[in-house]
Design a protein around this ligand. Sequence first.
Ligand code: ZN
Length: 157
Amino acid sequence: MALSKLDNLYRQVILDHSSHPHHHGVLEGTTPIELNNPTCGDVISLTLELEDGKIQAIAFDGSGCSISTASASMMTDVVLGKTVDEAIELSGIFSELVQGNEPTKAEKLGEASILSGVAKFPARIKCATLSWNALKKALSTTENTATLGQVVNHEED
Ligand code: ZN
């Protein structure tokens, strides 16, 4: 059956990403954004670097279930190189998708669109969206910092 094939693919992709997460770690010289999901115990620490309004580097750390880790891994793949606006749009598309809606432009999510299967398990939706929420928070924080000037290494008066 096509359905069980899809389930197998879903499981395999989640397993691959959770056992070998992409962009795992902490970027030097950046302040991590931390979020947790108390219902499951997932914790994520996200760091990113913006240059010319684009995400030039991104990394995540923390501990969580396979869904949250896989989702974070796929999220970093998808948003790397994107502008802040594009990344926020992607986060909105992803949020729609895992709540069981069929957003337009879902194909923009690439591999992350496989997590639409999470909609069948409402308790896991927060696991899947944790990293995307951390991304939104990090972008709003970084954006505010960036508007104050790119060079922020000098001491305050
Ligand atoms: Zn979880």
